[in-house]
Structure formats: structure tokens, C-alpha cells
Design a protein around this ligand. Structure first.
Ligand code: ATP
Length: 331
């Protein structure tokens, strides 16, 4: 359970901003800069490990981050969003437990379509079915985008696959290769999970509706975090994209997400289907589905329907599965 202790102190973030250059900064220098005692500086930095940060402390020299931090920057992000910029309202936050949860609340209060909450450190990131999403400060992109649609909830079923298409397009533009999708909405590189997508919708079956799209994408996943994840993972660093590109990647993701939102609003998932299937790692392959009651269904994947449901040829003939509570695995 999260406690108040998990809420980072603004001072800690202010000090980390100073240390972001990766150089040594003495306790004295920082104390002087912020008009504090050295003890306060020490206290504010003593447990940064819980944000996934490694901080060296060397007597006589001061503090130094094991690797520089690249903070999110709205101006740099906007340089890469192209004309999608006009549809976006970006807010960067140091910490929230879950950007999706906060944006869902803002949506209820009338937040505009195109609102983005990008979070430096998310302490309670969520995946599908209540699973946990792991990320540390500065080593990932964790953000949520709100998009409003005229159509009702029923027409949105293929949207989470569409989001996968947007991510693949953005990663291609960033020069990443060997990208694959896993139904319904995992993005993998070299068969390790690079990004997770969580869609949460509000509205009426007949419309209008609002969707909060949460994305977690690994830039440089530390080994400590990897050891908590029970599946193969990947990050952009191992694809040759350095952490310095953090804001560029964020901008490209937003650019392609907005493009796909517009395409989806106009024509639904059907025109995106071939592109999605082309990148599906299980296309025309044997796979098994795990149902919520523990049942496993094996079969051969025959793409997806125009609504994004999985088509599986099983011993009982062709069956169609909606994403809901179902998980797809290698057979
Ligand atoms: P499904 O196939 O049902 O979508 P999934 O296990 O990939 O299954 P998600 O809800 O998409 O489920 O994502 C949550 C899961 O992702 C966690 O249970 C964990 O296995 C994995 N995970 C958590 N953090 C990370 C991360 N930073 N990078 C890669 N994978 C992660």
C-alpha cells in the first residue's frame, strides 16, 4: 500500500534538477543555492533510490547522479509534434500515482480533448487487469492522453489496437527496427515488451465518449526494475536510441497518436487493420489464449476483425475474442 511517504518532496526534485547534468555538486553548494542546511539537503536526497535513481556520494566532492537525467520539456516536445501541436494541451507533472487515474478525473470535470498529462515519476502505474507498470524517474515515458469522440463506447473497441499502430509509426520515425505488436495492445521490440497501453473509457454506448489512453514506454530500464517483471522486456536504449532523445520520442508519440485519433474518429479501426496485422507477431501463428477463469484455448491466429477482435482457428472452428479479460500467449 502507498503511504504519504511515497509522495516525493518538491525539494528532492529541485535538487535532482540541479544534479541532472551528471556533474558533482557539493552539499554545501546546494545548501547555499536553496538557503537550507546541509542536513536538509542530505535528508532530501537520502532515499532517491525509491525513484529508481542511483546517486553517488563522495566525501569531499559531493553528490553525483550515476546517469544524467533528461527532464521533460514542453518546448522540445512541441518541436516534434508537427501540426498535432494545435490539438494538444500538454501538462508536465513531477509526480502522480497514476496519470490515467488523474486524467479520468479531469475528464469528468470537463478537461479538453487533447489534454496530455506527462509524468516524470509515476508511483502506481497500472496495466490491464490491475497489473503493475514499473518505471523510474527519467528512465521511461509515462503519460496519458484524453481524446473525445462523437461516437459511443461500442464503436471504440478497436481503438486500443489503433494506439499500437500509432506507437509503431512513431518508433519507425525514430529509427527503431524489429517492432512487433501483440494483441490486443503490447508493443514489443526484439520480442521484449517495450511499451504498455491502457485505455479507459467514459461515456454512453451511443455517444459521445471520452477515452484516456495511458502509455508506459521504456527508455532505459534499470536491472533492478527488470527483476520485478516476469516477462521479457526491452528498452529504447538497447535499440540505439539514447536517453537524450526522451523529448523527441515523446513528441513523435504524440504526433502519431493525434493522427491515429483523427483517422479513427473519421473511419474507425477498419482502415488501420492491415497495418496492425502486418506488425502482429502472432499473425498466422499458433498461440494460446488465457481466459479469466484459467481456461486456455489454443489455435492459429487469423488476424483481427474490423472491430479489433482476435480471430482464432480452434479445434471448434473459427472463434472471435474481444480484448476484455483475455490474454494472448505463445503456444
Ligand atoms: P496482456 O497480454 O494480457 O496484455 P500483459 O502481462 O502484457 O498481458 P499489461 O497489462 O499490458 O499485461 O501490462 C502489465 C504487465 O507488464 C505487468 O504484469 C508486467 O508483466 C509487465 N510490465 C510491468 N512494467 C513493465 C515495464 N516497465 N516494461 C515491460 N513490461 C512491464
Amino acid at each position: 500500500m502507498k503511504t504519504e511517504h511515497d509522495v516525493p518532496k518538491p525539494l528532492t526534485f529541485a535538487l535532482l534538477r540541479l544534479l541532472a547534468d551528471g556533474e558533482f555538486h557539493s552539499g554545501e553548494e546546494m545548501a547555499h543555492r536553496f538557503e537550507l542546511s546541509r542536513a536538509s539537503v542530505h535528508n532530501a536526497l537520502q532515499d532517491v533510490a525509491r525513484y529508481g535513481i542511483t546517486l553517488h556520494s563522495v566525501r569531499g566532492r559531493g553528490y553525483q547522479l550515476a546517469q544524467p537525467l533528461y527532464w521533460l520539456d514542453a518546448t522540445q516536445i512541441a518541436q516534434h509534434t508537427g501540426e498535432a501541436r494545435d490539438s494538444l494541451h500538454l501538462e508536465i507533472l513531477d509526480h502522480v500515482p497514476s496519470s490515467n487515474k488523474l486524467l479520468l478525473q479531469r475528464a469528468t470535470e470537463g478537461a479538453a480533448s487533447g489534454t496530455v498529462l506527462a509524468v516524470e515519476w509515476q508511483s502506481a502505474g497500472r496495466g490491464r487487469l490491475g497489473r503493475t507498470w514499473h518505471s523510474g524517474l527519467g528512465d521511461a515515458l509515462t503519460f496519458s492522453l484524453l481524446w473525445r469522440f462523437e461516437c459511443g463506447l461500442a464503436a471504440l473497441s478497436g481503438l486500443s489496437l489503433g494506439v499500437g499502430v500509432a506507437l509503431v509509426r512513431a518508433l519507425h520515425e525514430q529509427g527503431v527496427q524489429n517492432i512487433g505488436l501483440k494483441w490486443p495492445n503490447d508493443v514489443l521490440v526484439n520480442e521484449g515488451k517495450l511499451a504498455g497501453i491502457l485505455l479507459e473509457a467514459q461515456g454512453d454506448m451511443l455517444g459521445p465518449s471520452a477515452v484516456v489512453i495511458g502509455i508506459g514506454l521504456n527508455l532505459s530500464l534499470p536491472s533492478g526494475a527488470r527483476s520485478h517483471i516476469e516477462q521479457a522486456v526491452s528498452d529504447l536504449e538497447e535499440c540505439g536510441v539514447p536517453l537524450q532523445q526522451r523529448n523527441r520520442v515523446m513528441g513523435l508519440l504524440l504526433k502519431h497518436l493525434v493522427a491515429v485519433m483523427r483517422e479513427f474518429a473519421a473511419n474507425g479501426f477498419a482502415p488501420l487493420r492491415a497495418e496492425w496485422e502486418n506488425d502482429h507477431l502472432f499473425h498466422h501463428r499458433q498461440a494460446k489464449l488465457l481466459l479469466p477463469d484459467g481456461t486456455k484455448i489454443e489455435g492459429k491466429v487469423h488476424g483481427v476483425t474490423a472491430e479489433g477482435a482476435l480471430r482464432l482457428e480452434t479445434a471448434h472452428g473459427m472463434q472471435v475474442f474481444n480484448a476484455g479479460e483475455v490474454s494472448l500467449r505463445r503456444a
